[in-house]
Design a protein around this ligand. Structure first.
Ligand code: SF4
Ligand code: SF4
Ligand code: FES
Length: 203
């Protein structure tokens, strides 16, 4: 066990736990979007960022492991303001609040974010949506690159990511196949875990 402080409360926690796990155990709710319980965190969305004494930058709670004497603030003004701005970027980049799934909209509502002050929607991404199958639809422009769908799919070759950074795209199969031409079983696991509705099914 190690001693830490979370929101000025001293607690003893098991070594090796993430800040997110420790906060949850302490009854604190930290928003998450890209994190998928049970799988390694990729720390893409940063919505879970928290303040840790001694660090100038906020740290992602989902992937930062607690250390002895760590002083953590999960809901300081700095963290809440950072989450608000991140949420605005997510809304702006992915086509508006109404396009995001219920969980993300709930987080936005809790943060008091009802819309974005700017618009970053990329029509080019819409033009890349050529990979849908009869069952699965893809709205590339809503993707936040969290890779939850890739990690949820039991066949690691079906959903892939090509290019990096803002040029990043989801592709299907090993050579940009149509999803229908892959081993996809239409299980729907990727749809179930997508936080933004970028992978979805009308059926
Ligand atoms: S429907 Fe199932 S098998 Fe097909 S891509 Fe999604 S998770 Fe993979
Ligand atoms: S399609 Fe959804 S689950 Fe997959 S990487 Fe994009 S946002 Fe994440
Ligand atoms: S939930 Fe932690 S970085 Fe996305």
């Amino acid at each position: 066990m190690i001693k830490i402080s979370i929101n000025n409360q001293a607690v003893e926690v098991k070594a090796g736990k993430s800040i997110l796990q420790v906060a949850k155990k302490a009854g604190l709710s930290i928003p998450t979007i890209c994190h998928l319980p049970g799988l390694e965190s990729r720390s893409v969305c940063r919505i879970c960022s928290v303040e840790v004494e001694g660090h100038n930058k906020l740290l992602p709670a989902c992937s930062t492991v607690v250390e002895e004497n760590m002083q953590i603030q999960t809901h300081s003004t700095k963290t809440v303001n950072a989450r608000k701005v991140l949420m605005e970027f997510i809304i702006a980049e992915h086509g508006g609040l109404e396009t995001l799934n219920t969980q993300v909209r709930d987080y936005a509502s809790q943060l008091g974010v009802n819309n974005a002050r700017f618009y970053l929607h990329d029509q080019k991404l819409k033009d890349c949506n050529r990979y849908s199958s009869d069952y699965i639809q893809l709205a590339q422009e809503k993707c936040i690159h969290c890779d939850r769908c890739i990690r949820a799919c039991r066949d690691s070759h079906i959903i892939n990511r090509s290019h990096r950074g803002s040029a990043s795209l989801l592709t299907f199969g090993e050579d940009d196949s149509l999803l229908d031409d892959t081993a996809c079983s239409s299980c729907g696991d990727c749809v179930a875990v997508c936080p933004t509705g970028a992978i979805y099914s009308d059926r």
